[in-house]
Design a protein around this ligand. Structure first.
Ligand code: 4AD
Ligand code: MG
Length: 569
């Protein structure tokens, strides 16, 4: 799990609630300062702990000198919450000019005070001592105080968490990760780490990034060959003659019954000549370029002695655990080499994939619905300040949307019903014509969830020809037990299915879809030995964050976005 919970802060906040003055506000468990959140996120906004002496650290959001330079106000933020702590420093305590630049890091000791009546803050900090200053040259700092566009910030992915928006998104993302583990652990699911490097294409869509050392190996070899050219045929021939001569010398000495010492000296020379020959022969074989065999790349010489890829989904591997541990989930990065430049696609994204044994499509839908509702409620309970920030700055409706989803049953319709409904639409002209058998486009999905139903919609029983090989064939032989969860703002949030547990059916499907059987033999074993009905789904984690926050572009809800043409840091 990459993102951890923040319970110590919560505990501190409640520990000081009832007995504010006598119980000192506590320092962070592993750092010599009080997190700003444990001061400001108290229900009293910190007023109840006025009078206490604390050390805080953070970065200046806004700083200004006042009273003709006799003191400075600093809005200090340490990332533990959206709110800033107002800090007041007198000129007698520090060089104010150094402190006020946006981005400056300061650690200060001081006393919490009630601010004058009528001010916004419930508490402020009067500084007694400045312990540390991490300077910023405002002329060079790339993130000045002016409002910066999200596009601009993508050029500074290492600095952008210093902004209110990216830090709010980071806290919401963390909360959703924690909520995910909480939900599945609470329901008895086991967390399984599936591999990043894989040799099977889960979706069979051929959108995988290849993992190979053939290219770097060949480049290394090329450099080595330039530095140290391979031996010529003549060199090898000369080395062969030397071996022959040394061999004859040994035979000769043996035949005249020479002394032991003489013979072993001669054998040693022969051994040296043989070693030299074999080294030359090996080096003579060295060729620039990628190794080939029968006109194709020779993957036997690759790192894994076969072709390997970055995973597009942990599903197939997690199924092998579901088929013995019953309820499992994986949550990790997945990779797709799609050349999509949309605001909903990344080349590297995170997916949450539960897999439930003894479960049919209906159970799968129930699980997906309960999980999404749980995530929404979690954000309302745990992240309201950051959600309010998002509502104020990005999407006025985002909090209402969370409330609606947390409390409204999802609509469930079959693909066939969805197509019928979309065909009847007259108030909108779709770019892609609707017809039974097409893969629903984002415009159709969003129309269903945003316009027709105005709530999440689960579409199920899709035509088999547009879905992956592992989905269970329905009795009509035309559709598979697949389901997609569509939500307003995003469209497809979840894709899942009941898995084809019948050996005959699934092996037939693999062949029908033109996939090679060999890489899936292990997967077929799950059906050969103790097969079980099972179902699962994948939730695109960044899509969930888009849905929750109302952000428009998926590149702004993952810390380090990867998309065609871009992989910074
Ligand atoms: O529908 P998908 O392709 O399903 C699977 O990968 C299944 N193996 C999951 C399973 O059953 N265990 O992807 C699942 C979800 C999508 O609904 C979408 O939210 C997200 O992953 N997703 C992407 N998110 C960001 N960028 C991309 N390129 C994405 N592709 C899929
Ligand atoms: Mg899908």
């Amino acid at each position: 799990m990459s993102d951890g919970p923040t319970p110590p802060v919560e505990q501190m906040a409640t520990a000081t609630l009832n007995d504010a003055v006598t119980v000192p506000v506590q320092k962070h468990a592993f750092s010599d300062r009080v997190p700003i959140r444990s001061i400001l996120s108290r229900p009293d906004g910190g007023a109840g702990i006025a009078g206490q002496r604390v050390r805080v650290g953070g970065w200046v959001k806004t700083g200004r000198e006042q009273g003709k330079g006799s003191f400075a106000f600093l809005e200090l933020n340490d990332g533990t919450c959206q709110a800033n702590l107002q800090v007041i420093v007198e000129a007698s305590v520090a060089d104010l000019g150094q402190l006020v630049a946006t981005g400056t890091c300061v650690v200060v000791d001081g006393v919490l005070k009630l601010p004058p009546e009528g001010t916004r803050q419930k508490v402020e900090l009067r500084v007694e001592q400045v312990v540390h200053v991490g300077l910023v040259d405002p002329a060079k700092y790339p993130l000045p105080k002016t409002r910066l566009t999200l596009e601009f910030l993508r050029d500074f992915v290492h600095l952008r968490p210093k902004t209110n928006t990216i830090s709010a998104v980071a806290r919401i993302r963390n909360a959703l990760a924690y909520a995910t583990h909480t939900f599945f652990q609470k329901h008895g699911f086991l967390y399984v780490h599936t591999p990043i490097i894989t040799t099977s294409d889960c979706e069979g869509a051929g959108e995988m990034f290849q993992v190979t050392t053939l290219i770097t190996d060949s480049e290394k070899r090329e450099k080595e060959l330039i530095k140290n050219p391979p031996p010529s045929e003549d060199d090898v021939e000369a080395a062969k003659i030397l071996v022959k001569e040394k061999g004859e010398a040994v035979t000769q000495l043996k035949s005249v019954k020479a002394s032991k010492e003489e013979i072993s000296a001669s054998v040693a020379e022969l051994t040296k000549a043989k070693e030299n020959l074999s080294r030359l022969e090996d080096r003579a074989k060295l060729k620039p370029g990628i190794p080939q065999k029968e006109g194709k790349i020779d993957y036997a010489q690759d790192f894994f002695a076969r072709q390997a890829f970055l995973t597009v989904s942990g599903q197939l591997q997690v199924e092998s655990f579901a088929c013995c541990l019953s309820s499992v989930y994986t949550f990790g990065p997945t990779f797709r080499a799609e050349h999509s430049h949309t605001s909903r696609h990344l080349a590297e994204f995170w997916m949450v994939e539960p897999e439930i044994a003894f479960a049919e499509l209906k159970d799968d839908m129930n699980c997906a619905e309960a999980y999404v509702k749980f995530l929404c409620q979690w954000l309302l309970d745990e992240c309201l300040d950051d959600m309010e920030f998002m509502a104020k700055n990005f999407d006025k409706t985002c909090i209402d949307r969370l409330r609606m989803v947390a409390s409204t049953p999802f609509e469930r319709i079959t693909y066939t019903e969805a197509v019928e409904l979309l065909k009847k639409v007259t108030d909108k002209k779709f770019d892609n014509e609707v017809e039974w058998g097409i893969d629903l486009a984002s415009e159709h999905e969003r129309y269903l969830t945003e316009v027709l139903f105005k709530k999440p919609v689960i579409v199920y029983n899709y035509p088999k020809d547009i879905k992956a090989f592992y989905m269970r064939l329905n009795d009509d032989s035309k559709t598979v037990a697949a389901m997609d969860v569509l939500v307003p703002k995003v469209g497809e949030l979840i894709g899942g299915s009941q898995r084809e547990e019948r050996y005959e059916n699934i092996s037939k499907r693999i062949v029908e879809m033109g996939l090679p059987l060999e890489p899936y033999e292990w997967y077929l074993d799950l059906r050969r030995y103790g097969t079980v009905k099972h179902s699962g789904f994948g939730l695109g984690f960044e899509r969930m964050i888009l849905f929750a926050t109302g952000m428009d572009n998926i590149r702004d809800v993952i810390p380090f976005p990867r998309y065609p043409g871009r992989a910074d840091l």
